[in-house]
Design a protein around this ligand. Structure first.
Ligand SMILES: *Cc1c(COP(=O)(O)O)cnc(C)c1O
Length: 387
């Protein structure tokens, strides 16, 4: 079968290239059986790599809500929401999301990725302009590509650059959409949302924020952003994506977003878990504030800029350096995954630490001490040799 052999040759050659660049990725069996502890290859590690900021994936009340809904309504939704999959729990979840974000309405998608690849092409077409922060999440770029609109990237969090691009190009297009992460997934910093909203108003543009890493753990502040998307897969501990917006926009999305129309609705158990999580977060603000407080304990211990979210990057540069640092921490019992291109720009491979509500302070201090003595000196040495 020569055709098949050539397909395998193609795949093997691509993999060999990734291997040579230290960019090959592999799946590791990860048993998550208790809040932030993970067992891998027989070794129990304290994870600083999960997006489960409030440890709700393992919370007894959330699990009970998912089990009860599954027993009552079944494992799957059985169809697209526009056909028969719109079980009664969706309405309750969407009402809560809209109230939380201060919008008239909300709609839930199968995932955050599906939300972005559905929303963007539903709102922008070939006569329109998309202005996107250069560090925005991969699924925003995927949605932009699917839209056929003209795409311009602005320098990270640089409102002046976005303003310049709008001043030059806005008039060439019918509609303009500005899109940014609210909390940047690999850097943990926050977008200047109020300034971007003011800019959008000046240029008759629409602003969309992606709050995947913010919902539940970072306050989004009072603002009037008309398109607020996010995910139920991170602090909420379940799965799914959402858009909060005005009633007409939500109705349009339900009629035009292909990933909403042609994909099966979320299972009842998943929706029930998300509802239970939102209730828990609303009733326990001190608990929801813990991940950010712990991230700040860590940045203070290391003399890093104060954390703005539960995500803290430590940029090491070369992919090999990030892998070696990750290995060193694993030997000490910490799981901190190395993040490499294409997830981050070339030359900015890093350790990415995520803090969760139940991380013990003593372990955070032990982690910080290890980094201060074993990893930070290498970064400084590298900076000296490069200058
Ligand atoms: C994780 C993430 C998504 C995708 O959400 P999923 O529900 O995991 O598909 C979208 N945007 C950002 C910024 C993210 O970090």
């Amino acid at each position: 079968m020569p055709a098949l052999a050539s397909l395998d040759d193609f795949a093997s050659a691509k993999l060999a290239l990734l291997e040579a660049q230290s960019l090959r990725r592999r799946l590791t069996k990860s048993q998550r059986d208790e809040a932030m502890w993970i067992t891998r290859n027989g070794k129990r590690l304290l994870s600083f790599s999960c997006n489960d900021y409030l440890n709700l994936t393992q919370h007894p009340e959330i699990i009970a809500a998912a089990v009860a809904a599954t027993q009552r309504w079944g494992v799957g939704s059985g169809g697209s929401r526009l056909v028969t999959g719109n079980h009664t729990l969706f309405d309750e979840l969407e009402t809560k999301l809209a109230a939380l974000k201060g919008t008239e309405a909300a709609t839930v998608f199968g995932s955050g990725y599906l939300a972005n690849i559905g929303i963007i092409p539903a709102l922008a077409g070939k006569s329109d302009l998309l202005l996107i922060d250069e560090l925005a999440h991969a699924c925003i770029w995927a949605g932009a590509t699917l839209s056929a609109a003209r795409v311009l990237r602005f320098a990270h969090n640089n409102v002046a650059h976005a303003a310049e691009l709008l001043a030059t190009h806005r008039h060439e297009h019918q509609h303009a959409l500005i899109i940014t992460d609210h909390v940047f997934s690999m850097d943990g910093d926050l977008a200047p949302v109020a300034a971007l909203q003011a800019l959008a108003n000046q240029h008759d543009a629409w602003l969309m924020t992606d709050d995947a890493h913010g919902l539940g753990v970072v306050k989004s502040g009072p603002h009037d952003v008309p398109l607020q998307m996010g995910t139920l897969s991170k602090a909420i501990g379940a799965y799914g994506g959402y858009l909060c917006a005005s009633r007409p926009v939500i109705e349009l999305i339900r009629n035009r977003a292909r990933s909403f129309i042609y994909s099966t609705g979320l299972p009842p158990g998943t929706v029930a878990a998300a509802i239970a999580s939102l209730d828990l977060i609303a009733s326990e603000p001190d608990y929801a504030a813990r991940p950010l407080a712990l991230a700040r304990r860590f940045t203070k211990a290391l003399g890093l800029p104060e954390a703005q979210s539960p995500i803290v990057p430590l940029v090491l540069g070369p992919a090999e350096a990030a892998l070696a640092a990750s290995k060193l921490l694993a030997e000490a019992g910490f799981l901190v995954t190395a993040i490499r291109p294409p997830t981050v720009p070339p030359g900015t491979s890093r350790l990415r630490f995520t803090f969760t509500a139940q991380h013990p302070e003593a372990e955070i201090d032990r982690l910080a001490a290890l980094i201060r003595t074993r990893i930070q000196p290498l970064i400084m040495l590298d900076a000296v040799t490069r200058t």
